[in-house]
Write a protein that binds this ligand. Structure first.
Ligand code: SF4
Ligand code: SF4
Length: 467
């Protein structure tokens, strides 16, 4: 008995929509499979992390908060100050190298599984399916005249899109403004103009990007999509159609012998095109629009199962493997990226552990120098001492300078958690001869009640030209 793949029955006019087809939106067919499961896991983890972390509390404070007003970044037990910006920059550089490494090894796996643009688009597609039905129903709804049913379905879809967008914006802004105050402000319509602007801005950005622009962001706007192809090599994992096995494509009966008909394994059902969120046909070869989501693999594997053929007509493979060779994992470029990445992570961890939890800045007084009542030369400085810890601390300040200089400052400084102290101090020259007109001196900040390396701030002592 013959069996045709049902997807083949779908309206021919709507079967294939590629960017080249231009015009209406791309309606993807919903599909299940093992790679879809990975995508759901990736998206689920990202969502849980994004929407959950912002509500965590640590030491009676929001656990992760970039406090722009006070210029501090709290992440659980650690607080980063503007002086620690280099560490935050290092995280971005490590993330970039991590992305290079993953791209060389497995192509656009980031785009397909965890990129927020893709993940939010999947969620918006789900909302579309819930309200307007699967692919062919949406194509029909597009073509149908406006009716109560169409308004209701469209309205429901946009309501869900706007709801998700608002939640996304609220959460994102909540990483910069305490989320509880923000939510209360939103519910009582008392957000404040700045917060209201950013919530509105990110709601609109999410709604437009994930609802309307979708694959156009990946195709026309994302710089990563453009430059990643230069990172690919012959052993990079990409999603490919095995043309040697699939061609000559064509429909056939399930129980027929394709070889006798001169056919390959592709039954030309176009299911791989219908599930593609960027609307391309993977059988045309690797295209830069492909975000590596593997939906076409799931679709084609199910077709192969139904036909009783081996899976993998569309699969993760490499150029080398497609040409009959083996994918090389230990290749210089990949090993190089892995080495640099490991080194950078190691250096970052050391820098993080060694990061001083206090800091001192010195500003010289506007007056160059003065002579005190005892006839000694004196310079005045303003010290800014910061306790970066989330606990109070005691500190001492000393002077690292040649004999003859004396620091006049309190013996012990007590600072509360994350306190900043502005402290005027004097340095006096008590030696017998006038010092040089300009002498390098250092202020040393030492922790008293916790273990930390001393922190040094350099300055100069000015004196009149030797008489
Ligand atoms: S071609 Fe396949 S992997 Fe690429 S975007 Fe389309 S469905 Fe995803
Ligand atoms: S590659 Fe697979 S899913 Fe695509 S048309 Fe051929 S048989 Fe169908």
């Amino acid at each position: 008995m013959s069996e045709r793949i049902p997807a083949k029955i779908i309206d021919a006019a709507a079967t294939r929509r590629t960017p080249a087809d231009a015009g209406g939106p791309i309606h993807t067919k919903a599909f299940s499979g093992r790679y879809r499961l990975f995508r759901i896991l990736g998206a689920g983890s990202l969502f849980a992390l994004f929407f959950g972390t912002v509500w965590l509390t640590w030491n009676q404070r929001q656990a992760v908060l970039w406090d722009l007003v006070n210029r501090k970044f709290h992440i659980f037990g650690a607080t980063f100050w503007p002086q620690d910006l280099i560490l935050l920059s290092a995280i971005l550089i490590i993330a970039a190298f991590g992305l290079f490494f993953i791209t060389v090894a497995a192509g656009r796996i980031w785009c397909g599984y965890t990129c927020p643009q893709s993940v939010w688009t999947w969620v918006f597609m789900w909302a579309e399916k819930v309200t307007e039905g699967d692919r062919h129903q949406r194509v029909r709804l597009d073509a149908a005249p406006w009716s109560a049913n169409k308004i209701l379905r469209r309205g429901g879809k946009h309501a869900i899109w706007l709801g998700v967008s608002l939640l996304t914006a609220l959460t994102f802004v909540g990483y910069f403004t305490p989320i509880r105050e923000l939510t209360t402000g939103l519910l009582t319509l008392d957000l404040g103009s700045q917060a209201a602007f950013w919530v509105f801005f990110f709601t609109a950005a999410t709604y437009i990007n994930a609802g309307w622009l979708r694959e156009k962001v990946c195709r026309d706007m994302c710089p990563y999509a453009r430059f990643q192809s230069v990172m690919f090599d012959r052993d990079t994992l990409v999603i490919s159609y095995d043309a040697a096995r699939g061609e000559q494509r064509g429909p056939r009966r399930k129980d027929s012998d394709p070889a006798a008909q001169g056919l390959g394994d592709c039954i030309d059902c176009t299911l791989c095109v219908q599930v593609c969120p960027t609307g391309i046909d993977i059988r045309d070869g690797l295209q830069f629009e492909c975000i590596g989501c593997a939906a076409c693999i799931d679709a084609c594997d199910s077709v192969m199962d139904k036909m009783g053929y081996a899976r993998g007509l569309v699969s993760y493979t490499s150029e080398s493997a497609l040409e009959g060779g083996k994918t090389q994992w230990l290749r210089p470029r990949l090993v190089g990226y892995a080495g640099v990445l490991t080194l950078m992570i190691g250096l970052f961890v050391v820098a993080l552990v060694e990061r001083p939890l206090m800091s001192i800045d010195v500003t010289r007084d506007r007056n160059l120098f003065r002579e005190n009542s005892a006839g000694q030369v004196e310079n005045v400085y303003r010290l800014k001492v910061i306790n970066k810890r989330q606990q109070p601390g005691s500190y001492q300040i000393s002077l690292d300078a040649p004999d003859g200089f004396r620091l006049v400052s309190p013996d012990l400084l007590h600072l509360g958690a994350e306190d900043i102290l502005d402290l005027p101090v004097n340095v006096i020259w008590e030696g017998e001869q006038w010092p040089e007109p300009r002498k390098e001196i250092n202020f040393v900040l030492s922790a008293v009640d916790f273990v930390s390396n001393d922190v040094v701030a350099d300055s100069t002592f000015l004196a009149p030209v030797r008489r």
